[in-house]
Design a protein around this ligand. Structure first.
Ligand SMILES: [Zn+2]
Length: 313
């Protein structure tokens, strides 16, 4: 996914080949704009660009959109779709070689808006009556066993489902910077389960979990999972062992101090990540911590004195 190196200059070359000279380009953000062929040719009947540069492309996020005609003429979507629509087969072939992961199916995939399951019960809103039920007690016991405090339940709006698609799962919702729900993780609280996590389908690479709680200019902790992130102040989970370009860009623009704490079994991934982000403006601002044995972040109970935080050569 994000780990692969993409030759963006070759992507830009194809785009210029199809759309002509670009109008604006921010190579750090991966944002580039061109005259929209639909606006220029189809709508205005010009045989050249209209000079407006309304077609904006972000080649890092792999999306394009015309600010004028996207609604009326479907001029939005993936770069694959853009090249297929406006380019020739040779250009499409060239693009496919650069980005073999981009397929027709992926290009057409539309992500549904994430909603909390209708069976979701927030612990903080549970009624006295519900708290008497065995279903509630089972879920709440799990919370206590994981050292999750009532304050965390409140702060993260943690809840559970005892029926439905997410039956017997603890839910941690994620809200974006404007406090709109953008994702959730659902972890089973049964001891025997086939599927520990069952998360909704979403464009994970664009999500920063609970971004509304992140203070980008204060010390930030990078952790693996949502269940790790609630135990540390200002922690961002990567929702895996790899960092998305989106998260990297946010850190690069804003972070003053970053500490990476991954699970003990992922020390190599942590080191790799350290070297990947300890560069440019972030040079010297990145730290790394090793958890001993099979300890996880919850075992620290918020006490960061229990771990050694260091910088690597
Ligand atoms: Zn247009």
């Amino acid at each position: 996914m994000v780990e692969q190196e993409v030759d963006y200059s070759a992507v830009i070359e194809i785009l210029e080949d199809i759309l002509g000279d670009y109008k604006m380009h921010n190579d750090y953000k991966g944002q580039i704009s061109f005259d929209c062929p639909v606006c220029s040719q189809e709508i205005k009947g010009l045989d050249h660009g209209d000079g407006k540069g309304n077609l904006e492309i972000n080649y890092k996020y792999n999306v394009f959109k015309c600010w004028v005609c996207s609604e009326s003429h479907e001029t939005h979507g993936s770069i694959y779709k853009l090249i297929k629509k406006f380019g020739n087969p040779r250009q499409l072939k060239k693009y496919e070689l650069l980005k073999p992961d981009e397929t027709e199916e992926r290009a057409n995939r539309v992500y549904k808006k994430v909603k909390l399951p209708k069976e979701f019960i927030s612990f903080k809103d549970a009624s006295a009556g519900l708290k008497m039920t065995p279903q509630y007690k089972q879920a709440y016991n799990y919370i206590k066993n994981r050292n999750i405090t009532d304050m965390m339940l409140q702060m993260y709006n943690i809840g559970f489902c005892y029926s439905g698609e997410y039956e017997n799962r603890i839910i941690i919702p994620s809200y974006d910077e404007n406090k709109y729900l953008n994702y959730f993780v659902a972890r089973s609280y049964l001891t025997k389960t086939k599927l520990k996590y069952k998360n909704p389908e979403a464009q994970k690479e664009t999500i920063i979990f609970n971004e509304h709680l992140i203070k980008w200019d204060e010390p930030i902790y990078i952790v693996e999972g949502a269940f790790d992130s609630i135990f540390l102040p200002n922690a961002v989970p990567m929702l895996g062992k790899f960092m998305s370009d989106n998260l990297f860009n946010k850190l690069y623009d804003n972070a003053k101090k970053i500490t990476i704490i991954l699970d003990p079994d992922a020390w190599n991934d942590a080191e790799r990540l350290y070297h990947k982000i300890n560069c440019g403006k972030l040079m010297g601002k990145v730290w790394i911590a090793k958890l001993e044995g099979d300890k996880d972040i919850a075992d620290l109970q918020g006490n960061l004195d229990l771990i050694t935080i260091k910088q690597l050569d």
